[in-house]
Design a protein around this ligand. Structure first.
Ligand SMILES: [Fe+2]
Length: 405
């Protein structure tokens, strides 16, 4: 992120902290809870946002070298993602052309050839059909047009994007709009995958998304976890089409106050989250990224799956450490070794906070919505990210926008 933008955001948050004010959308909205339970809405969302919408499936570090592969089965189309021998990222329908069985069963690994377990048809990691056992018994097949079904796949700024519709266009710069250049400024292309965890709970996918949409609850629900590090009740919020940037201050802000602006570093005093419509939260830092992907259960609007992945750029962190990059005062001493050593612990803490605090709220909200007795909930002036997200999907589905309170 450009340094002058970092300074502007840090100043905005310092002012909010100093004046005891939060972001103010100037409007409150009523939100119909039927959206969390309606099967017809859920079916349309599945179609519009998951089966026929670009999907961020991971970062470059998920496919670290030629021959790496990754399978994904989160949004209704089983995906096999590969890095072929030239290093190119590719994506396919994970299904044999003979009888449609998955050609790759494992979640990730290294393979140059994928062999279907059913009859052993085999495919190169670039998709070509290579061998058909007992070909003389089976009969003639034109191998040149029976490779794996290729899906549009783009690797850009360290992100792996796939479109589940083979005939669709996938233009990531157009999709990200004003965020494309900003996301390219992070070290995502050099980061390695260091951990992955899954949460499956009884809450609608939009309630899971809502968890990441306000800081009003930080000091209350998370008073013994996140609330020890973050002030809560402060937010920089900026819209980029259907996406948004969401930044909130942590206690590193006090250290910034004693440094000249030239040394201010947003990664040391805030949590920077990008919501990429419809289901992704990307939390970026100088050397690490947390990618959160949220998916509906296609058979039950009351359930969702959250995939959380951690990435880290060890070389960059080491380099910065060696040259004493942007020296911080003692109170904010930054040690990449500590960060590296504590990454798996961080993943567990993060998962536990989301699963045992946020999503417990979400499950209660889901039950209330399912009762049908609480027709509406309320979004406050301090919750603009919720206004934005809910109005975005409503607009995309042709539903009326939220009504003012
Ligand atoms: Fe939370």
């Amino acid at each position: 992120m450009q340094h002058d933008l970092q300074v502007a955001i840090i100043k905005e948050l310092m002012t909010q902290l100093d004046e005891g004010k939060n972001v103010d959308a100037g409007v409150q909205y009523k939100m119909p809870t039927s959206s969390y339970v309606c099967p017809a809405t859920a079916a349309r969302e599945q179609q519009e946002f998951f089966l026929n919408h670009p999907q961020l499936i991971g970062l470059s570090g998920d496919l670290p070298k030629p021959g790496s592969f990754l399978t994904i089965d989160d949004f209704g189309v089983p995906i096999l993602a590969t890095r072929d021998k030239t290093g190119q990222f590719r994506a396919f329908l994970n299904a044999c052309r003979h009888r449609s069985v998955k050609v790759a069963q494992e979640e990730r690994g290294t393979k140059h050839v994928f062999t279907c377990p059913f009859h052993h048809w085999s495919y190169a990691n670039s998709g070509e059909l290579m061998t058909i056992p007992n070909n003389d018994h089976f009969g003639a097949i034109d191998k040149s047009c029976n490779g794996l079904i290729a899906l549009p796949a783009v690797e850009q700024s360290g992100m792996l994007w796939v479109h589940p519709n083979p005939d669709a266009q996938l233009d990531v710069s157009e999709l990200l709009g004003g965020l494309a250049a900003e996301l390219a400024s992070f070290s995502m292309p050099s980061q390695i995958a260091v951990g992955q965890t899954t949460i499956n709970k009884a809450l609608n996918w939009k309630l899971a998304n809502d968890t990441f949409g306000e800081t009003y609850h930080f000091g209350k629900l998370h008073k013994d976890t996140l609330g020890r590090l973050y002030y809560g009740n402060n937010l920089h919020f900026a819209e980029f089409g259907r996406h948004h940037r969401f930044v909130t201050a942590n206690h590193g802000m006090e250290a910034m106050r004693s440094l000249p602006e030239a040394q201010w570093d947003i990664a040391r005093c805030t949590f920077v989250l990008y919501h990429l419509f419809p289901n992704v939260q990307l939390i970026t830092s100088r050397f690490s990224t947390t990618l959160i992907r949220i998916y509906p259960d296609k058979d039950n609007p009351g359930r969702s799956t959250t995939q959380i992945s951690f990435y880290f750029a060890p070389e960059l962190a080491e380099e910065a450490n060696d040259v004493g990059d942007a020296p911080a005062p003692k109170a904010d001493a930054y040690s990449f070794q500590q960060e590296r050593a504590s990454l798996s612990a961080s993943l567990e803490v993060f998962k536990s906070t989301v699963e045992n605090e946020d999503y417990v709220m979400g499950e209660m909200q889901q039950r209330a919505a399912e009762s049908g007795l609480l027709k509406e909930i309320i979004f406050g002036r301090n919750e603009p990210a919720l206004h934005h997200f809910h109005n975005n999907y409503r607009e995309a589905l042709g539903q009326p926008l939220l009504e003012k309170l």
